[in-house]
Design a protein around this ligand. Sequence first.
Ligand code: GTP
Ligand code: MG
Length: 204
Amino acid sequence: MAQINAKFVTSNTDFKNCPPARFPEFAFIGRSNVGKSSLINSLTFHKGLAKTSQTPGKTQLINHFIIDEKWYLVDLPGYGFAKVSKEKRKEFEKMIFDYLIHRENLTCLFVLVDIRLKPQAVDIEFMNRMVEDEIPFYIVFTKADKLSQKQINESVEVYKNFLLEMWDELPPLFITSAEKHVGREDILKSIDELIQTSPYRIGK
Ligand code: GTP
Ligand code: MG
């Protein structure tokens, strides 16, 4: 298993203050509590790199980490978090969408969904918005350790069929468990492949 060097860089509320766009960038998004920060810790094998919590709404900033001095990994706040005020939610949304739309080196977004749930309106709306805005994304199922293999297959099948009702083709899908470090290698491999063709790759 390759050792990964991961370092926290900055936390921001405004994409304009994010670190210089010198490396390919990969961001993780999804509903609050879906497991974004946990998956980042699993990917990097750094417990506690990204702050996790049982309480939704833990991550409230755009958090940049630099990996192996060659790509940025970004932990984003969750969307659809009901427990904050309407104004606060608007603020979060603006912060997230400004970042997604304007961050020039954002190479691919990983959209996380809980594998135990049927397709949720908030996730589907978000993905459709990404399609409209032409922001490339992959779908990541989280918390696979909570289901049996049979249930995992069923859940993924339901999701795929739902998406194929709307779209002609599917983005790459990943099945993960941060708890059991499942799916880690697949995600890292896909990131590595995308880095190879990124105009932001160092030494290109
Ligand atoms: P916000 O920052 O609040 O938006 O949440 P988040 O998406 O970053 O979720 P976080 O990683 O903080 O995890 C939320 C809860 O889910 C925590 O209690 C985690 O321990 C749990 N969790 C995350 N990933 C997994 C997983 O793969 N398996 C299991 N069983 N629990 C998980
Ligand atoms: Mg988080």
